[in-house]
Design a protein around this ligand. Structure first.
Ligand code: DGY
Length: 324
């Protein structure tokens, strides 16, 4: 018999729903789009638990409305959509989905790196247009990858996985982070540098920091100006870490050679002018979109939510202080 009323704010892989179903009366957003704010507030009001997405804002207003909720399980590793201090103050546990998307996200960062450096999307467009006249010595020349310098901004799980993959390409690795990462240094020979030095020396800069007040617009026009003109920027973290409008200008001004982006400052909108730039490769926030990764996220979010409903500590709890 169903014990708890649970809201799932958008359809997730079945494995997660199947885990919840025996224990919960599920209300599933019937639309394949994020719930509107009004829908979320109304639907959460009488629920015992919510499985939410990075597009759902979990803040004081929602917590004021959803007074019965015993916990919110985010279907994402990033949790900048959740007001953690506010939930903690109210002793409401929150969780995320670490680990299961680390490899998929690092793989996608590499896909973007290759695509932008080797001009895969531009080349593909020419082949489809029927205008290709045959091999030419100056066609689609791009950046060298093997032997180049990779700069990792944010050496957590995903940044570390990104760096590990560079071993196959004989790359020199630089990284910057609030903390030293001994395992990364040991495994890849990565050198810890400050942000400016990383920008100055890297041929590829890959961004893996969470969105925090101190990382918002970490990449400004000024920062782009510190990069090599031949360098490429890859972002699979969160859009607001880059000043996206400034990036468009920087790409036009030739401050850097190109950018591969999976995330945007005002999703689903993208900065004016970005789509017209041939040296930008753009994917729709799909870095974790592999079968295993999304299944893993669904199972993690459901497992976390069930633990919260039972009053147990969620395995991926973001604010364990609530159990103290
Ligand atoms: C996350 O998990 O934070 C990604 O952005 C989506 O999978």
């Amino acid at each position: 018999m169903a014990k708890w009323n649970v809201l799932v704010t958008r359809r997730i892989p079945e494995e997660g729903l199947e885990l919840l179903a025996p224990h919960c009366a599920l209300e599933l957003n019937p639309q394949d789009r994020p719930m509107t704010r009004a829908e979320l507030l109304a639907s959460a009001a009488d629920k015992d638990g919510v499985l939410c997405l990075l597009t759902d804002r979990i803040d004081a207003e929602l917590l004021d409305t959803a007074t019965k909720v015993k916990g919110f399980a985010n279907y994402a590793v990033g949790f900048d959509n959740m007001d953690v201090p506010e939930a903690t103050r109210r002793r409401i546990p929150l969780s995320n989905t670490p680990d299961v998307l680390t490899d998929a996200t690092a793989d996608m960062a590499w896909a973007l790196l290759f695509a932008v450096a080797r001009r895969v999307v531009e080349s593909d467009a020419v082949m489809r247009s029927g205008t290709w006249q045959g091999w030419g010595p100056l066609q689609f020349i791009g950046g060298d990858i093997t032997g180049a310098t990779l700069g990792i901004v944010g050496a957590g799980r995903i940044g570390t996985a990104m760096a590990a993959r560079s071993k196959g390409f004989g790359m020199r690795v630089l990284y910057t982070d609030a903390r030293r990462n001994d395992a990364l240094e040991h495994d890849t020979g990565a050198r810890f540098v400050d942000f400016d030095e990383l920008l100055r020396l890297s041929d590829y800069v890959s961004v893996h920091v969470p969105l925090l007040p101190e990382t918002r617009h970490l990449f400004s026009y000024e920062a782009f100006g510190k990069m090599k003109k031949s360098a490429y920027l890859i972002n699979t973290s969160r859009g607001p870490v880059l000043d996206e409008a400034a990036l468009v200008v920087a790409l036009k001004d030739g401050l850097l050679a190109g950018a591969g982006l999976d995330v945007y400052e005002r999703e689903p909108a993208i900065a004016e002018g970005l789509a017209a730039l041939p040296n930008a490769v753009l994917t729709p926030h799909t870095a974790s979109a592999t079968f295993a990764s999304r299944r893993g996220m669904a199972l993690k979010a459901a497992t976390n939510l069930l633990a919260m409903l039972r009053g147990e500590r969620a395995p991926d709890c973001l604010n364990p202080e609530v159990y103290g």
